[in-house]
Design a protein around this ligand. Sequence first.
Ligand SMILES: [Zn+2]
Ligand SMILES: [Zn+2]
Length: 361
Amino acid sequence: MSQIVKGIIARAQGEPVEMVDIVVPDPIAGEAVVAIQACGVCHTDLHYREGGINDEFPFLLGHEAAGIVEAIGAGVTEVAVGDFVILNWRAVCGECRSCLRGNPHICFNTHNATQKMTLTDGTELSPALGIGAFADKTLVAAGQCTKVDATADPAAAGLLGCGVMAGIGAAMNTGNVGRGDSVAVFGCGGVGDAAIAGAHLAGASKIIAVDIDDTKLEWAKGFGATHAINSANEDPVAGIQALTDGNGVDVAIEAIGLPHVYKQAFEARDLAGTVVLVGVPHPDMTIELPFIEVFGRGGSLKSSWYGDCLPSRDFPMLIDLYQQGRLDLDAFVSEKIGLGDVEAAFHKMEAGEVLRSVVIL
Ligand SMILES: [Zn+2]
Ligand SMILES: [Zn+2]
């Protein structure tokens, strides 16, 4: 028995999203159906709608979600009916060359549901990041469900499923920020502010926020930035050097995905420091760097996929820190909206007016 629920789809490139009936099959082996309680609106949803990811329309949007497991398929042991879970897009396979090498956090063959959700006429839907959670219910691989403390607010918890985890993980996992480190974060939207929060949690003593928007720089201070540089008014490289005895920072995190900003991060880092790219570039972009500097400065240039997170390790830990008041996930929730408000939320996001709008179901 499948069930019909409401969901938000992108039917064609650039067209406004629509609320439609979708068909959610009962879970078979390895799958789970989750009743969604909250789902954040992320830039990636907009990228799907704009055709920037692939052209497998129609997309069932939404992927930063938390909810309750409603049903599980045969043989599922990862989660049980009634569990409060955050959905992830890294359900590790345990068998690929990366998993076998002991690196499941960069699994190359992650799982999604086997069956397809559809429109009522049978048209198959492509769920965003294999999740599709702007819907009352969604079908996922059981491994995409990570059980966490059930007393956490779903609106805040769900954000760990994508952007906030990407940012925190860029600092804590990829950048390996430690006690006393100096850190600069370029771009203070949701991911950048999460990187600031992650650097703060990890014990960084100096956290320099860089953005061209004073409002965003104020947000950044709320997440733990100790200094702010408006790069529209001031050269951020010189500014960062001035704040670090002329040396540059130990870890420079680029959370925008623009070549000229990456170059600033590269130049603003101390000798043997680390540059972390967590912003997603456009496929057409290229970058040119002085090759002798790539060698001469030493250290490492790293890219952070989903914050190099392992959901089963990181989500419960971060929710515990949230519940203890040490990680302010609530501050990422700019507004709570209804399922019919996703299109309006895209506009607010593009205008830079919100960190996250969160759909409450
Ligand atoms: Zn794997
Ligand atoms: Zn996202």
